[in-house]
Design a protein around this ligand. Structure first.
Ligand code: GDP
Ligand code: IMO
Ligand code: MG
Length: 438
């Protein structure tokens, strides 16, 4: 079975946990988008691993690939390898990085920070993503892994071409460009030697793997609403975060894959940008605390919202989602919550997610969902017994989610640990709702 896992909201849905779990029966785990702006936290028997650029399935000893449209920071790549090994896991499979991937250079990070401080903030992670994407699109001022290996002198040309921009943003002073370029050439020559054993052609490697019957699990970074095209522009990231992006960027046949959408029980958002169901109140604060909603990459507080079926229907359509995995329901235990089913602006009500959110307010479905808090042992009993043992409040919420988005649920995550995930009978029962009366 080949799968693409995407985030349904604004990122941090728990993709890392679910990819780690699903990787047990995949041969390859693959990243196709974003860069080290991503932060995926995985918890296995009390050991916590945070990955930024390696795909999450590596803890299961699988082959790992980083595709040609990933923005690649060599420092983060080696830091991730160290993180995995220092936590007692082994990179047992191959690790391949495509030579077409664009390299994040120190000036991309400095430019990102400079733009953020200019007063027109996006609230970025400060990892240089916007500036490296801009250079990629320019086609002349970009540095790829191939360049590092075979044409490192290109760094001098690029720094010369960008000199005015670097001076204007206070990254170098007038007359310093040559020295700056030489220091980069030295630093990145050493990365080139270290990277050599990992470099390959990911498109061919994956297609050959498929041809020999191996299976592939693709992990998206970020979430659908941060997509450069379909997201809440301008407060988005600079790459495709949706399933179509996975196929376009990796060069894989979409017909061979199932699309899995990760839905956090409540949406969160880091950085700037409108957030229709945002709960800036006691409920929001409690969820923030109980769900430990602090960014894995920047440590920033994540903003909290009520469940939003308008956004999820949009995500289902944009990605062609086959099944949802719902995470962090345990965080909503003991709290009353509801769900948005349409948006309203100037008396007009719409079930569509608008291209610009200005002025749109959520309309809730008038239902209140509630279930009591449960212990870890009780959660494990639900894992053991499956869907039927879930509290009624969870089932009610899942039913409305499924009926509204017309997508069944295949798993329910009730804690950060790999094993605290209810799978038994979930897809079967939730599909049954779609087959029954509306
Ligand atoms: P990602 O970027 O989508 O991989 O998500 P993050 O790893 O940034 O954020 C999700 C956080 O929630 C991580 O700290 C996970 O360990 C944690 N998590 C994942 N699933 C669950 C769950 O079902 N319950 C709880 N309480 N935490 C979860
Ligand atoms: P994962 O993979 C949550 C957000 C930033 C900012 C916007 C643009 O962990 O879900 P960027 O640095 O990409 O230019 O920032 O996108 N953002 C994320 N938010 N999770 C992420 O990744 C994110 N990656 C970027 O906070 O609002
Ligand atoms: Mg994250």
């Amino acid at each position: 079975m080949n799968r693409v896992v995407i985030g349904a909201y604004w990122g941090d849905e728990g993709k890392g946990k679910i990819v780690d779990l699903l990787a047990s029966d995949s041969d390859w785990v693959v990243r196709f988008n974003g860069g080290d702006n991503a932060g995926h936290t995985i918890l296995v028997n009390g050991r916590k691993v945070v990955l930024h650029i390696l795909p999450s399935g590596v803890l299961q000893g699988k082959n790992a690939a980083i595709g040609p449209d990933v923005f690649f920071n060599p420092k983060s790549f080696f830091a991730d390898i160290k993180e995995v090994e220092s936590k007692g896991f082994r990179l047992a499979g191959r690790v391949v990085v495509d030579d077409r991937a664009h390299v994040i250079m120190p000036y991309h990070i400095a430019l990102d920070m400079s733009h953020e401080n200019s007063g027109r903030r996006i609230g970025t992670t400060g990892k240089g993503i916007g500036p490296v994407a801009k250079d990629k699109a320019s086609r002349r001022e970009d540095i790829t892994i191939h360049d590092l290996l075979f044409d490192i002198g290109k760094i001098r040309e690029v720094v010369a071409a960008k000199e005015n921009e670097l001076v204007r943003n206070g990254i170098i002073c007038q007359g310093e460009a040559d020295d700056y370029a030489e220091s980069l050439v030295r630093e990145y020559s050493s990365y080139a030697s270290l990277l050599k054993p990992f470099v390959g052609n990911v498109m061919y490697i994956l297609n050959n793997a498929l041809a020999t019957g191996q299976s592939i699990l693709v992990e998206a970074a970020q979430g659908t609403l941060l997509d450069i095209v379909h997201g809440t522009r301008p407060f988005v990231t600079s790459s495709n975060t949706t399933s179509g992006g996975a196929f376009a960027n990796l060069g894989l046949n979409p017909k061979l894959f199932r699309i899995i959408g990760i839905v956090k029980a409540y949406p969160t958002r880091v950085g700037e940008g409108l957030f229709p169901t945002e709960m800036d109140d006691e409920f929001g604060k409690q969820v923030q605390m109980d769900g430990f909603e602090f960014g894995a990459t920047t440590g920033r507080v994540r903003r909290i919202g009520m469940p939003d079926f308008v956004a999820l229907s949009y995500s289902a359509a944009v990605n062609g989602v086959d099944e949802w995995v719902v995470t962090k329901l345990d965080v909503l235990a003991g709290k009353e919550f509801t769900a948005a089913v349409s948006y309203e602006k100037d008396g007009q009500v719409s079930s569509e997610f608008p291209s610009r959110l200005d002025g749109w307010k959520p309309v809730y479905n008038g239902r209140t969902y509630y279930f009591d808090k449960f212990s870890e042992d009780q959660a494990m009993a639900m894992v053991e017994m499956g869907f039927d043992a879930l509290p009624d409040g969870i089932k009610d919420f899942l039913k409305d989610l499924v009926m509204h988005t017309r997508v069944p649920v295949s798993m329910v995550s009730l804690g950060p640990e790999r094993g605290v995930t209810v799978i038994k009978n979930v897809l079967e029962r939730t599909k049954g709702w779609l087959d029954g009366p509306r």
